[in-house]
Design a protein around this ligand. Structure first.
Ligand SMILES: NC(=O)c1ccc[n+]([C@@H]2O[C@H](COP(=O)([O-])OP(=O)(O)OC[C@H]3O[C@@H](n4cnc5c(N)ncnc54)[C@H](OP(=O)(O)O)[C@@H]3O)[C@@H](O)[C@H]2O)c1
Length: 333
């Protein structure tokens, strides 16, 4: 009999995740009921929002203690009791931090063949859709706009910046470290990069965006958001995608200069990629075309083995991930 392996949430994490926030469980692979599929997980996506899910109720209820940790992923159908799915189908869904997931077929998305699976973790997955709709729908870029992106060498940020370039923006990225800054400038085509660990962001923004910022795509919140709010052009837009600097902070820090939005007649707007899922078919062909033509580059940071997940997830908060972070749970077919 096959064994399932799982990480269950054992405690509400404070600060970075600790291994003791999870418990490892091995148990028989579940049976499936009518209308369900059994998926063997291949890649588990690690996302900053998992810290929020583990900690508190937010746009989704907190993961209950004792339950399998929530997480999206890509897997292969091993058994099906639904006519639309057959063993061997490659699927995407919320499978959790485990090797096998029994899930209702309607919660699963069948993936086309012939595309590297890693693309569905990045450009063609929720990451690509976040960058696409966050920038284009919320940010409303116009040719010649100055776009600033934080966590710019990360999964969402690197794509948002490149989409900004495709739309004719001048793009300035903010990232932690010289190598990340080199990568976004020299390999992704950003116009400039600011290493926030090496210099004061407020000063660097004045140097790199002499006329101010039209769009600030915010992935981090906190002090960098405050610096961007201090250097907005009239009618600037701030798509608020994430606030990773706050997810592990002991105390939430708000920007002190929100009132600049008044004098700049500017707009800050939060968004969730899940709201855009019904419109995914609009974005995917464009993202695919840009990926295939080399205009949209991405990299993956794959950690081997489900056992590593509790340690690996902290790479997001320490800034040591180089690209979209995921765990390889089992081999590709
Ligand atoms: N709204 C939505 O629907 C949605 C969907 C997906 C993701 N998001 C958000 O998008 C953001 C990026 O997520 P991702 O999955 O693409 O992760 P990612 O950017 O690949 O990884 C996170 C990066 O954040 C940076 N970071 C960590 N702590 C920081 C701090 N205190 N100050 C500044 N930067 C910090 C690190 O890069 P450095 O080395 O540059 O510091 C790290 O590599 C997150 O805030 C996430 O919650 C939102």
């Amino acid at each position: 009999m096959k064994t399932n392996k799982q990480w269950r949430l054992a405690a509400r994490p404070a600060g970075l995740f600790k291994e003791s926030d999870f418990s490892w469980r091995e148990e028989p692979v579940p049976e499936i009921s009518d209308g369900s599929v059994l998926v063997r997980v291949i890649y588990l996506s690690l996302d900053p929002t998992q810290k929020v899910w583990a900690t508190t109720d937010s746009y989704l209820p907190a993961v209950p203690l004792g339950e399998v940790m929530r997480g999206g992923g890509v897997g292969v159908v091993e058994r099906s009791r639904h006519p639309s799915f057959a063993p061997g189908d490659i699927v995407q869904g919320m499978f959790g931090w485990q090797l096998y997931a029994a899930v209702p077929a309607q919660t699963v998305n069948k993936l086309p063949k012939g595309i590297p699976l890693g693309a569905f973790l990045g450009v063609l997955g929720h990451i690509g859709l976040t960058a696409y709709f966050g920038l284009l729908d919320v940010g409303q870029p116009k040719e010649g706009d100055t776009l600033v992106v934080s966590a710019a060498a990360g999964a969402v940020g690197s794509l948002a910046g490149q989409i900004g370039k495709i739309k004719g923006c001048r793009v300035v990225g903010i990232a932690g470290g010289d190598e990340k800054c080199r990568w976004i400038r020299e390999e992704l085509g950003f116009d400039a990069a600011i290493n926030y660990r090496a210099e004061k962001v407020a000063d660097a923004l004045k140097r790199e965006c002499p006329e101010g910022i039209d769009i600030y795509f915010d992935n981090v919140g906190g002090e960098i958001l405050e610096a961007a709010l201090g250097w907005l052009k009239l009618h600037a837009r701030i798509p608020m995608c994430g606030a990773i600097s706050q997810y592990t902070a002991a105390e939430m820090r708000g920007p002190r200069n929100l009132s600049n939005l008044i004098s700049r007649r500017a707009k800050i707007e939060g968004f969730l990629v899940s709201d855009y899922m019904p419109r995914a078919a609009e974005a995917i062909p464009k993202l695919l075309e840009w990926m295939n033509s080399g205009r949209l580059k991405f990299r993956l940071d794959i950690v081997d083995g489900l056992e590593q997940a509790p340690r690996a997830v902290n790479k997001l908060f320490e800034g040591t991930n180089l690209g979209k972070l995921a765990v390889k749970v089992s081999p590709e077919p």
